[in-house]
Design a binder for this molecule. Structure first.
Ligand code: UT7
Length: 353
């Protein structure tokens, strides 16, 4: 079987920022509550569509791999916040970046979407169905928030991360992978007011979450996932260089770390800056970790996530030789004309109308 690796990485963080203090001006909450319960200090709220963020992250990943968009055979966008139900967000991305040869599809595995996408990219490449897959995790989850649901409105943010997945010519790449799901837990993290079942019911739009159930499941599944992925890869836990966990709550990440007894310095954390960006957290964190020098040639990484479905997964991944992008792009998102809070408030006004 071919080794399958990541040769390009990129992220797109929309400029508008909403701090906890900003939220506290419109929601009955406080910086103290949000920080102590979740570790989040601020999040970014997108002034552009999900596909626009995804496309820019994708362009950056294509450049980092030293490719042209026309080299891409397949675009997979992991998202639960598509621009529209029809067509796939990946179709918009294909047109925006000019990847005219690429097949396109979205997948929705909640916050575990990027890891499910990685398993699909692995399958496509290992069976020679595709040579180069652009895998993107991208979310504009702020569009689903209802500021009147304070228990979820303070937790999420927008952003996109991308990876070029292709066959490896060395030992680098995916070393083990385990995914799982329990559909009987679907009600623990869902939406109201969105989707075919809900259209016309008058249900207000919101993310509905049983925080305690999700919290418990995340700690057990991500913790056990790390142990299993390392074992399947033939690594001792102390041989892991960096764990890149889904960023939903700093307390979940800390509890996972204590469960597996890994040093604090080996857990990558950026939740304070972005909140929970669902399927985008792992590719954003990966791109940031590489750009910040936290990933070295040959680094032994573990990606792990838990999310809606419920779904979970863990991947042991050995980084290749290159930690610098081959090329970069000057492309940027347009300058926003409104603040993040103005964007949220305009959406809320439309919701309440
Ligand atoms: O990516 C996967 C999806 N998400 C997750 O993995 C998140 C998993 N769960 C969590 O992160 C945590 O359960 C939360 C952060 C959601 C909640 O933390 P918690 O420590 O479990 O708090 P809680 O739900 O027990 O709420 C405690 C109190 C409640 O008040 P009472 O009933 O004790 O008086 C809530 O009404 O906090 C109140 N509360 C808030 N207070 C201020 C809920 N939201 C807020 C808020 N600001 N935003």
């Amino acid at each position: 079987m071919k080794n399958v690796t990541i040769t390009g990485w990129g992220r797109c963080i929309p400029q508008p920022v909403v701090t906890n203090d900003d939220l506290a001006t419109v929601i009955d909450t406080s910086d103290e509550w949000i920080t102590s319960r979740s570790g989040i200090k601020e999040r970014h709220i997108s002034h552009v569509s999900n596909s626009e963020m995804a496309a820019l992250a994708g362009r950056r990943a294509v450049a980092a791999a030293g490719l042209q968009a026309t080299d891409i055979d397949y675009i997979i966008v992991a998202t639960c916040t598509p621009d529209r139900p029809i067509p796939a967000t990946a179709a918009y991305v294909q047109a925006k970046i000019g990847a005219v040869r690429a097949a396109v599809a979205d997948i929705n595995a909640g916050c575990t979407g990027f890891l499910y996408g990685l398993s699909m990219a692995h399958g496509l490449i290992a069976t020679s169905m595709a040579n180069r897959v652009l895998l993107i995790g991208s979310e504009q989850i702020s569009s689903y928030l209802n500021l009147e649901e304070r228990s979820t409105a303070v937790l999420f943010g927008d952003g996109a991360g991308a990876a070029i997945v292709e066959a490896s010519n060395d030992e680098s790449g995916i070393k083990s992978m385990a995914l799982g799901a329990d559909g009987s837990g679907a009600q623990y993290l869902t939406t109201s007011g969105l989707g075919t079942e809900q259209i016309g019911t008058g249900a207000p739009r919101a993310i509905i979450m049983d925080g305690a159930e999700i919290f418990k499941g995340a700690v057990v599944r991500m913790g056990d996932g790390i142990v299993a992925a390392a074992k399947d890869a033939g690594w001792e836990l102390d041989e892991i260089d960096l764990v890149i966990p889904h960023q939903a709550n700093i307390r979940i990440i800390d509890a996972v770390r204590r469960r597996i007894k890994v040093d604090e310095s080996k857990m990558f954390i950026n939740i304070h800056k972005y909140g929970n960006t669902s399927a985008a957290t792992i590719p954003i964190a990966l791109a940031e970790a590489v750009d910040e020098g936290r990933v070295a040639p040959g680094s032994r990484l573990i990606f792990t996530a838990f999310g809606a479905g419920v779904t979970w997964g863990a991947v042991a991944f050995q980084w290749g030789d290159r930690t610098e992008p081959i090329s970069t792009t000057d492309d940027e998102l347009p300058e926003p004309t409104r603040t993040g809070l103005e964007i949220l408030l305009a959406r809320q006004e439309a919701l309440n109308r």
